[in-house]
Design a protein around this ligand. Sequence first.
Ligand code: KIV
Length: 290
Amino acid sequence: MNASPLSPAQTQDGTPTVLYGGVTNRRVTVRDLAKAKQHGERWAMLTAYDALTAGVFDEADIPVLLVGDSAGNCHLGYETTVPVTMDQMVMLSAAVVRGTKRALIVADLPFGSYQESPAQALHNAARLLKEAGVGAVKLEGGERSARAIELLVEAGIPVMAHIGLTPQSVHAFGGYPVQGRGDEAAHQLLRDAKAVQQAGAFAVVLEAVPAELSAQVTEQLTVPTVGIGAGVNCDAQVLVWTDFAGMTAGRVPKFVKQYANLRAVLGDAAREFAAEVGAGTFPAPEHTFK
Ligand code: KIV
């Protein structure tokens, strides 16, 4: 049977793609992602913060799940990612690992867990591998984080870098402005991308970067770029799951596409349940032990 037009599992000539069609009975690895770049194969990444949701995305063949520190504002009720702690990241990451079988699980190093020194970064990244069981970590920063990335990679820890708009610096940025605009900023972004690749990062998240610039970065790097608000020319795309599924209250950033409206679905279900309880129609006989 042919794959449906929406299935990413096959190339046009019918051969399995590296990630969606090729990796069937084991977890995706960073080597698979490198191969996907060589084959020009695009892939999707979603955030996840709990076992149940992660399991849904795993069954939907999302090859990489990010336990982002966006858990701070999307799961734990903080305003930003800044308050998230290592203990919280370990707990959430372990749940995501338990809920999945095939996705590569990448966990964020939260604010304050790696900036002090490369040794601090290694200590905390090792916790995420040993205590939570993730396959890789992510940290923010380009040239400024290169030494930490190098040490982690030397220690055998795969690192995804994150440049452009780095949300842990929200107070320094004074919000969440688009990055890389203007010649000097664009050159700095290119230097950052090359520095993290040189340090050994296996992939680079580009957040809130003009599409022409992220296309340039993607062309110049041998490792995959993962865009969020960075246009269509990145090797991969990531969205925060609560944004893409319509769970987020209020406005979402311009770069978000909502693929579902779960907030409305759950709200309607909750109102219907409360109404039936009030009316005495739930539980019905079929929900009742005789
Ligand atoms: O924490 C997060 O969810 C992220 C993504 C926005 C890339 O870093």
